[in-house]
Each structure stands twice: as structure tokens, then as C-alpha cells.
Design a protein around this ligand. Structure first.
Ligand code: AMP
Length: 205
């Protein structure tokens, strides 16, 4: 199965990807994670991407498409994956159509205000990447690892990321609806509740 996880920043794509990976044995390709890893490793790609990430802007299409194209080339026909955070523009979606056939696009729906609330309290585990609420816990609930706040999870940058999402990414909802691929999921509530909706829709429709 080859899926795209669509939705605003903080809609829960990464969290749901962890559940989906376990249940369906799908590789998880997160463009944001790849950029953050590159940044940690001090690569030219990471340093270039940082400028845009810190400002809440999208990394230019050519850079992202080249990176994703290289990644997708590693997959053999029949091997499944989920793309998390890609595509984010119509140009990226058109590029993706030239690279692979998709089985579905899951759109996680949640209001902007709920997202601001979620992201201003989001902490990520340094060890396993699990997401935790900073106001409720001071260690990772999955592995006990140390938590950190993402540089772009401050209110001003969150609002800019949301603006960019509405301006450049939301059009993909209609793009994929027109292709009969869109699966809309109510992404409010606890992660387990959201995942139950995903399973119900993916496996019983
Ligand atoms: P994420 O972890 O998905 O929230 O991504 C963090 C940041 O990485 C975004 O705010 C963008 O600056 C950059 N980024 C990730 N994926 C893409 C993409 N598909 N196109 C452009 N920029 C991206």
C-alpha cells in the first residue's frame, strides 16, 4: 500500500504514521524528519533547508522533489510506504504522479486553533521521535528518553506554517478528491481514537 498523509502541521500525521507503520508494515517517509536529520548532520541540504524551516516557509520545490525522488527510487515495486509532509504543493503532487501510483491520500482534519494549542505544547523524544505534551510529562512516555521542543514550534512560526498550509497545501485536497483518492478523517481527540477512525475507513470501506 502506498499512501500520502495530508493535513496541516500538527494534525497528527507523524503520530498516525507510527501506528500505521506497525499495523501495515509500511515505510515512513517524512520530509521534515529528513531535513532535520540533515541539519543534525550539518549537510549542505540541511543548512539550506534550515533557512526556510525556521521562517515557517516551504523549502523550494526543486530541492524537495530531488530528495524525495531519490528516496522513492530505493523502493521496489510492491513495497509499501507512507509519505508524511509530502507533497505540500500542486507542483510536488504532479511530480509524485510521475514517480509512483498511490492507493490513497488520508486527510487529517483539525481546526487551526486546536493545532496552535497542540503545537505550543508539543515535545518530541530525542531517542524515538514519539510526541508528548510538555505540560503533562517531562520524559518520553514510550521509552523514557529526553524530550526537546522543535525550533519551529513557537506561536509566531506555527501561525506562519498554518498560513502557508492554507495558501499552498490545502489545494491538494481538491487535487486528490478529483482523482478519487481522498480519505477524510476527523483528527480531533486522542491519537488512539483518530487511529480507530483510520482503521475503520481504510479496512472496511
Ligand atoms: P514537518 O516536520 O512536516 O512539519 O516539516 C517541517 C518543515 O520542513 C516545514 O515547515 C518546511 O519548512 C519543511 N518541509 C517539509 N516537507 C516539505 C515539503 N514537502 N515541501 C517544502 N518544505 C517542506
Amino acid at each position: 500500500m502506498r499512501l500520502v498523509l495530508l493535513g496541516a502541521p500538527g494534525a497528527g500525521k507523524g503520530t498516525q504514521a507510527v501506528f500505521l507503520k506497525e499495523r501495515h508494515n509500511l515505510a515512513h517517509i517524512s520530509t521534515g524528519d529528513i531535513f532535520r536529520q540533515n541539519l543534525k548532520d550539518n549537510t549542505p541540504l540541511g543548512l539550506e533547508a534550515k533557512k526556510f524551516m525556521d521562517a515557517g516557509q516551504l523549502v523550494p520545490d526543486e530541492i524537495v522533489m530531488k530528495m524525495v525522488g531519490g528516496k522513492l527510487a530505493e523502493f521496489k515495486p510492491g513495497e509499501g510506504f507512507m509519505l508524511d509532509g509530502f507533497p505540500r504543493t500542486v507542483a510536488q503532487a504532479e511530480f509524485l504522479e510521475t514517480q509512483t501510483k498511490l492507493d490513497g491520500v488520508i486527510m487529517f482534519k483539525v481546526s487551526d486553533e486546536a493545532i496552535v494549542k497542540r503545537l505550543t505544547s508539543r515535545a518530541v523524544c530525542k531517542e524515538c521521535g514519539n510526541v508528548t505534551n510538555i505540560h503533562e510529562h517531562d520524559r518520553c512516555q514510550a521509552c523514557g528518553g529526553e524530550l526537546y521542543r522543535r525550533d519551529d514550534d513557537n506561536e509566531a512560526t506555527i501561525r506562519e506554517r498554518l498560513r502557508v498550509y492554507h495558501e499552498q497545501t490545502e489545494a491538494l485536497v481538491e487535487f486528490y478528491r478529483a482523482r478519487g483518492l481522498l480519505i477524510e478523517i476527523d483528527a480531533t481527540g486522542m491519537p488512539e481514537e483518530v487511529f480507530a477512525r483510520v482503521v475503520e475507513t481504510l479496512e472496511h470501506d
